[in-house]
Ligand binder design. Structure first.
Ligand code: SF4
Ligand code: SF4
Length: 175
């Protein structure tokens, strides 16, 4: 496999540098739910959108000054991490309550299994967003290379436009 960096325009004037194999394909395997067994960071816009749909007091928490959808211990054996916990919105049937009931989910839920980092542009005057595959995804995500859907052709499905507006769009922060 060749892993060659390439620049892709995701939205008008919104580019990323792709640091993963352009032949990589992805299709979420719903029964997997691995990435929903953790809390998820909420950007300010997400917080407002979530507040319009659900109780923030019940569903969110703060960690180091940032807002997250909280994890909670579930009374079940399926769709939970080893410690028995999962995202507040991950239902017993393995579906996301937000997605299923409101046809909406936080921006960061779309980004997985990708990972966004910021690097200085070659001209030294600007920054550029680099996209790679999260290390944990290589190990746990069942959706990699199981379909014909090339990630590089559908980057807008993973990367919400608000990422380009953030001071810090890096996606390493976890609860
Ligand atoms: S909000 Fe929904 S999509 Fe996001 S981590 Fe929780 S269950 Fe998964
Ligand atoms: S880890 Fe991958 S396959 Fe599993 S639920 Fe998340 S995106 Fe889907």
């Amino acid at each position: 496999m060749s892993t060659e960096a390439r620049r892709v325009e995701v939205y008008p004037d919104r580019e990323v540098v792709v640091d993963f194999d352009p032949d990589l394909t992805f299709e979420c395997v719903e029964e997997c739910t691995w990435c929903c067994q953790h809390g998820v960071l909420l950007y300010e816009k997400d917080l407002l959108e979530l507040a319009a749909r659900e109780s923030l007091a019940e569903s969110t928490t703060q960690f180091r000054g940032q807002d997250f959808v909280r994890r909670e211990e579930k009374e079940r054996d399926e769709h939970v991490a080893e410690d028995g916990g999962a995202c507040f919105f991950l239902r017993e049937d393995g579906l996301c309550a937000l997605h299923d009931e409101h046809d909406w989910k936080p921006a960061r839920c779309s980004v997985f299994p990708l990972h966004v980092t910021v690097e200085e542009a070659p001209d030294g005057e600007d920054r550029e967003l680099h996209v790679s595959i999260r290390e944990e995804a290589e190990e746990h995500c069942e959706g990699l290379n199981v379909s014909e859907r090339r990630v590089v052709d559908h980057l807008d499905a993973f990367l919400p436009e608000l990422l380009w507006e953030l001071d810090d769009p890096e996606t390493y922060r976890e609860l």
